[in-house]
Design a protein around this ligand. Structure first.
Ligand code: MG
Length: 254
């Protein structure tokens, strides 16, 4: 099921995309908390403005260097344990919303995002997928100068608009082997598969939830493949994940 969040006449709703992807079946409330009860109302996809499918309630936990070839392209070793950092929920934007380029050297990082559906505290990898609501695409936009100069990554990866999410949350997909591609101006720059994650999703949930409780609506960014590169104002960046869709954002000067 593809769950979307969208605005229409000043009202924000959630919906399920119908089988031919032409209409949204509108839901009562937020499916993360209210389930999938429908209002009986439908709306054409052209009649709404898509928004980020989730605004994390408490946190976005991101994983660094989780594809071997990406670690290698920056001359880094693959960490033995997942390397975590946090992005604030104020960084989230939706499909088609502009990434506000803060100046300096800024990179795209296409990533698979996991949306948590249940409170997860010290869960095991064996049970971890029971806590997943679904999956979406993300761009872990990164300001490299700040990443180097600050010694930690809060500003470099936490500035406003640095976390595009969308276009939808797919709730019924096996995310262990999905094609992931990032395109800049239509040219393929990253082309990989989630099967190459160094630390797979169940292990990430076990590792993260051993340290911090994950709440419904929290998001995990699973890391980016090789091929990261610069974005500049005027660019269009697209992250496509097989079975989920295309997250497209223009870049503008902040
Ligand atoms: Mg990243």
């Amino acid at each position: 099921m593809k769950i979307g969040r969208f605005g229409r006449d000043g009202v924000i709703s959630f919906g399920i995309l119908d089988a031919d992807a032409q209409e949204w079946v509108i839901l009562k409330g937020d499916p993360l908390f209210a389930g999938y009860e429908t209002t009986g109302e439908r709306v054409g996809i052209a009649a709404v403005t898509l928004l980020a499918p989730v605004i994390p309630r408490s946190k976005i936990v991101a994983v660094g260097r989780n594809y071997r070839e990406h670690a290698a392209e920056f001359g880094n070793a693959v960490p033995e344990e997942p390397m975590l950092f946090l992005k604030p929920n104020t960084a989230v934007i939706g499909p088609n919303e502009p990434i506000a380029h803060p100046g300096g050297n800024v990179d795209y990082e296409g990533e698979l995002a996991v949306v948590i559906g249940r409170v997860a505290k010290r869960v095991t990898a064996a049970n971890a997928l029971d806590y997943v609501f679904g999956y979406t695409a993300a761009n872990d936009v990164s300001q490299r100068d700040w990443q180097k100069s600050d010694g930690q990554w809060g500003r470099a990866k936490g500035f406003d608009t640095s976390c595009p999410l969308g276009p939808v949350i797919e709730t019924e997909i096996d995310a262990s082997k999905l094609g992931i591609q990032t395109r800049l101006g239509g040219a393929v720059r990253q082309n990989s598969n989630t099967a190459l994650l160094v630390h797979p999703i169940p292990m990430l949930i076990e590792f993260i939830s051993a340290a911090m409780t994950l709440l419904p609506g929290d998001v995990i960014l699973t890391g980016t493949p090789a091929g990261v590169g610069r974005i500049e104002p005027g660019d269009i960046v697209e992250v496509e994940i097989e079975g989920i869709g295309i997250l497209r954002n223009p870049v503008v000067a902040a």
